[in-house]
Design a protein around this ligand. Structure first.
Ligand code: NAD
Length: 420
């Protein structure tokens, strides 16, 4: 009963709760808290779309700009049946602190449409995307608010948004979105950026904790873009990815799954389930596997009061946004797990989005190695900055990351002052 009640805490409740913990640790003045805690702008849109059966169906969409204090709002667009305004507000809030943690000149935003893209054909998805893009058009722009992909959105969807925006303005404006296809001003390395950033952060944590990457056992919950790329890089550094999951099920091999083949299998069949040389386990069993590194890479609240006690990982790397509830945080801290918080761990995606935006604005494109080197530098610098706060102030890595991000936004807020 208690765990059911705790699981009902919304993502935005969690975001606000974590804000207060970090703000208290920073001894942040009340006036600044009032100015930076809540979203600056919230837009709800109704999206009528003609479906292939000839009928019109209504969808609901959102765009939230949490902060533009340090630069234009930045954040992905999620297409999912469970998208709510509450969730989008939480994700936008985390984007603000995340951009500040990696010290890129963006604020935070997020968008979402409540829909099930798995049940829609390409034409329906395109019409929905273009209608959504035109509905949020007054808010977005290269200097205002720059969307990107998130769960169940992809480079093609970004291309449609770029086209809709550009057609309305009358000239091509690639910098309005990131995560675009390469042929439309995308950046090399953007597609793998989140997983690569997760890998660099895990590498730093392993160095700090003296956990050898070679031979480390890894478990990935959510074998999608972020999870599979992180798994692939760890696999190529001789770690063993022993289990992986998606919405359809979990696969396990105690000697390590063949990750390049698992990626191909998922691409071909749409799921990890049925992968040869693996046995199927339950999501509960997956979470309880003994491992050095657990990567929750699916959605919010995956680890909660009900299952955190069974986790047996030394490092928990949050590739997903908000995968641990505050109760899970406490339980994992008591167990001595080292948690790499989302706003640090998965910031590689927005960092390479920033590189893409810079390249678009300069009309000058970089080599892959240049992108990787810059990303590694940003991620490892942020890790060291967060770690220093964690050690100095004896707080969790999450509170330390929030202190770094919130502290930077607070400083910018004080300098800008209050208008009027
Ligand atoms: P994705 O759609 O590519 O992958 C998500 C995967 O999680 C899918 O394979 C899906 O089947 C699986 N999944 C969903 N619910 C699950 C469940 N209950 N149990 C097990 N698996 C489940 O999405 P993504 O882009 O990889 O995003 C994953 C997470 O990473 C999200 O929280 C997202 O906000 C976060 N993130 C993504 C990026 C990015 O650039 N893609 C950047 C930062 C953060």
């Amino acid at each position: 009963m208690i765990s059911t009640l705790l699981a009902q805490k919304s993502a935005y409740d969690v975001a606000l709760e974590n804000f207060e913990i970090a703000a208290d640790a920073l001894d942040l003045e009340d006036d600044v808290r009032e100015m930076i805690k809540y979203p600056e702008r919230v837009l709800t849109v109704t999206l009528p779309v003609r479906m292939d059966n000839g009928h019109i169906r209504r969808f609901e969409g959102f765009r939230v700009q949490h902060s533009t204090t340090r630069g234009p709002a930045k954040g992905g667009i999620r297409y999912h049946p469970n998208v709510t305004l509450d969730e989008v507000k939480a994700l936008a809030t985390w984007m603000t602190w995340k951009c500040a943690v990696v010290n890129i000149p963006f604020g935070g935003g997020k968008g979402g449409v409540t829909c099930n893209p798995k049940e829609m054909c390409m034409g329906e998805l395109e019409r929905l995307t273009r209608r959504y893009a035109s509905a949020i058009l007054p808010l977005i722009g290269p200097g205002q608010d720059i969307p990107a992909p998130d769960v169940y959105t992809n480079p093609q969807i970004m291309a449609w948004i770029m086209d809709t925006y550009s057609m309305t303005k009358g000239y091509p404006i690639p910098a309005v979105v990131t995560g675009k296809p390469l042929s439309l001003g995308g950046s090399v390395g953007r597609n793998e950026a989140t997983g690569r950033g997760v890998f660099y952060t895990i590498e730093s944590a392993c160095d700090h904790l003296r956990v050898p990457l070679k031979g480390a056992k890894v478990v990935v919950q959510g074998f999608g873009n972020a999870g599979s790329v992180a798994a692939h890089l760890l696999d190529s550094h001789q770690s063993y990815v022993i289990a992986a999951s998606d919405t359809r099920g979990c696969v396990y091999n105690k000697d390590g799954l063949d990750i390049p083949k698992l990626m191909l299998h998922k691409e071909r069949t749409g799921t990890v389930v049925g992968f040869p040389a693996s046995e199927q386990i339950t999501p509960e069993e997956l979470m309880a596997l003994e491992c050095q590194i657990l990567i929750p890479a699916a959605l919010e609240n995956a680890v909660h009061a009900g299952n955190a006690g069974s986790v047996r990982a030394r490092i928990v790397a949050e590739a997903a946004n908000g995968p641990l509830t505050p109760e899970a945080d406490v339980i994992l801290a008591e167990k001595g797990a080292f948690v790499l918080p989302d706003i640090l761990c998965n910031a590689g995606g927005v960092t390479v989005s920033y590189f893409e935006w810079v390249q678009d604005e300069q009309h000058l494109f970089w080599e892959a190695q240049d992108v990787y080197n810059r990303l590694e530098r940003v991620m490892k610098t942020a890790f060291q900055e967060v770690l220093r706060i964690q050690l100095d102030r004896k707080v969790t890595m999450r509170t330390a990351a929030n202190m770094l991000g919130i502290g930077r936004v607070a400083e910018a807020t004080r300098l800008r002052g209050l208008y009027p």
